[in-house]
Write a protein that binds this ligand. Sequence first.
Ligand code: PEP
Ligand code: MG
Length: 552
Amino acid sequence: MELHGFGVGTRIAIGNAVRMPDPLPTPEDVAFRGDVAAEQERAKAAIKLTQSQIAARAGEAEGSLKEVLEAQSMMAADPAIEGLVTGAIEAGKTAERAVYESFQQFADTLKAMGGYMAERATDLGDVSQRIRAQLAGVPAPEVPQRDEPFVLVAVDLAPADTGKLDLDKVLAFVTRDGSPKAHTGIIAAEKGLPAVVAAAGADDIPDGALVVVDAAAGQVIVGPTKHQLDEARAKQEEQAKIADAPIEPGALGDGDPVQLLANVGKPADSQPAVDLGAEGVGLFRTEFLFLDRSTPPTKDEQVEVYTSLMRPFAGKKVVARVLDAGADKPLSFLNDSAEANPALGMRGIRILRVRENLLRDQLAALAEARDRSGVELWVMAPMVADAADSDYFTAVGREYGLEVVGSMIEVPSAALVAEQVLRTSDFVSIGTNDLTQYTLAADRVLGTVANFQDPWHPAVLRLVAETGRAGQATGKPIGVCGEAAADPRLAVVLVGLGVKSLSMAPPALAGVRVELRKFSREQANEVAQRVLAAASGDEARQLFDDYVAEQG
Ligand code: PEP
Ligand code: MG
């Protein structure tokens, strides 16, 4: 059996499938007519047992997982929860329904508080599921523990689950739902974990079946033939060779340089990026530091964190993006949750223009961190729509002594007037994740329209070409920092369209570095022009492969 979905990363994995238990259904709201006291005792016992299991796991865990488990254990031990549950049973609910409703009520209260508290609501949902699994005598819906490495198969994975995956045990994951550009996909890419998401039919993968997960092809082979297995093993060996290839500066085969940079979000990301040969940072997603807070960090706090993130890159380029709050990255102290279409609302530079003090604090903190760490700091604004946004941002940036101030090209309008944007911007960096979502009018986090999130789409590539032309005309550098830069073949096309630097999740650097060296400048330009004429993303990929085959 072969399944198709959307690949994250380019690696291939072979292993036995282990299914994550499905989320428990919502318990029916039927009147409870049994012994109320006994039902209350049953609920209390399940809560207590679950709490001690979580506490035991917290005792063995480390780092952020330990913190989450400790918080969950405290939630389960909270007498207020027990009071709600026993009260609901008294009022005629079953233990399962009482647990469901009580936790829901608690979670709603936390969500209303916003920020850090709202984040914890997801953890509460997890505790509720565990208690209900205990009551029903079924396994809790969590990542199973195994002694041997395995391929995880799930309906979907929350970003928190993905962040916690043990890379020594999980070889790859396959989900029925999800979208490659949602944060689960981005976290998987950061970890270098191959995945295929939105794979229809994933529900039919039997537990224990041997599977091949080919992220580059977006394909899952269940029960491969000997031939398929041999092919997969050969690809794996090839990939191992690429990963072990010597680290050289990024360049095309004839030496034309292409800067290879890292996408980072927190200080712990920096050293591993340097170790994988990142020549600097092409996208520092600063909002990751603000995500779980109900108030903005002070300028001093920002200076601390930015400095420790920048230090490993002393002497190198670091492109920091100012806060991109909104849509898929809402910040409780900035965004209005009542927006019907947040991706089209107050996000990125739009909201910073209104809350200018936040922007000013951040720019001051970035400038100070630059001085302390000794990096070559570039700053850029997200969600720039046109030259008015870039003029504004550059003017404010200059007030803080920032020498290199640029704009992201994520909105199609900005790509179309890139030359005007570059009148004041010192550089632009194309965010292909958002550029794809806005060009194809398809929400990047929605699994049902995941098939539109294809940066090979010629409409997206034409906007990249337009931006490349503007770079040529103004002599200013054009980079790409969306996930497209991590696809080795697409990286060649982007360079052929005039892109001078590529920034990606560090595990992708080796594959892109090796692929670029296979093409001369002339070949990269030629294949890019061919691909532009395609009618679809699939046709674009085919035209690329045809060109490579022709060239022998
Ligand atoms: C992008 O949109 O391509 C990008 C790099 O920014 P983010 O994914 O953080 O929105
Ligand atoms: Mg973006």
